[in-house]
Write a protein that binds this ligand. Structure first.
Ligand SMILES: Nc1ncnc2c1ncn2[C@@H]1O[C@H](COP(=O)(O)OP(=O)(O)OP(=O)(O)O)[C@@H](O)[C@H]1O
Length: 229
């Protein structure tokens, strides 16, 4: 469904993603685990077109999206929830979600979004900046889903979120996958969350995938060893 091949991304002379290869199946949740600075954010931002890639292919279905601008990738079916959520704090919840509709030319927020996130319906007219961290994360996910993506990219969604809310988030993301039917790539440092949510775990180190494990057969200790400093 989604494939990244021979993919490299660099800042000037420094190559941060290094001839990377992986794929994601339809309706699959893949977690990319790695320590700080291993290239997770660079990978995510480049996959949505915010940072240019140096070489390689990125295909969604039959389309090579590697050379496309961000808004074209959104139209093609990719959505992105950035690290730190980046919601618009002075806009209302409803207005924040509506920003996700612009590139796909829909006018109204799909009702099923409010079914997935009832708290956002209750808070529809509140300013984004007045929501808790967990609620802002739901808002950022709802905004991304407004464009009806086939692939959702989430960059370190648990950062700054309380442990009890992290468990809710894992449940909600799996429900989204089951009800809407889409694929998810989530970058993470928190192993417990990755084990809760993922069908498959990839470990990134120095810009390369160095380990790949199916959730059901994962060796937790070995994966944890990659995350300890
Ligand atoms: N704009 C930039 N210019 C130059 N180097 C950068 C830039 N952004 C990131 N880097 C470098 O690229 C490497 C990967 O950073 P990146 O933020 O992708 O890692 P990460 O795994 O997402 O880490 P974190 O968990 O801290 O977000 C780091 O060595 C970082 O210093």
């Amino acid at each position: 469904m989604f494939a990244v091949s021979n993919y490299s991304v660099a800042y000037g002379q420094s190559e941060v993603i290094n001839d990377m290869n992986f794929n994601v199946n339809k309706n699959e949740i893949v977690a990319i685990l790695g320590r700080n600075g291993m290239g997770k954010t660079t990978l995510m931002r480049s996959l949505i077109g915010m940072i240019p890639s140096r070489s390689g292919e990125v295909t969604l279905g039959d389309t090579n999206i590697a050379g496309m601008k961000s808004y074209e990738r959104v139209k093609a079916g990719v959505a992105f929830v950035p690290q730190g959520r980046m919601i618009f704090s002075t806009m209302t919840v409803k207005e924040n979600i509506e920003t996700g509709l612009t590139t796909v030319k829909e006018k109204t927020i799909p009702e099923n979004l409010y079914d997935l996130f009832p708290v956002l319906k209750e808070m529809k007219n509140r300013r984004g900046g007045n929501l808790s961290g967990g609620q802002q994360q739901q808002l950022a996910i709802a905004r991304a889903l407004a464009s009806k993506p086939d692939l959702l990219l989430l960059d370190e969604p648990t950062e700054g979120i309380q442990p009890s809310i992290i468990r809710d988030m894992a449940r909600t993301l799996k429900r989204i996958r089951d009800e809407i039917g889409l694929s998810i790539i989530v970058s993470e440092q928190v192993l417990s969350f990755a084990l809760d949510i993922a069908d498959r775990i990839l470990v990134i180190e120095k810009g390369q995938i160095v380990r790949e494990e199916l959730r059901e057969s994962v060796d937790e200790k070995q994966v944890a060893a990659y995350l300890s400093v």
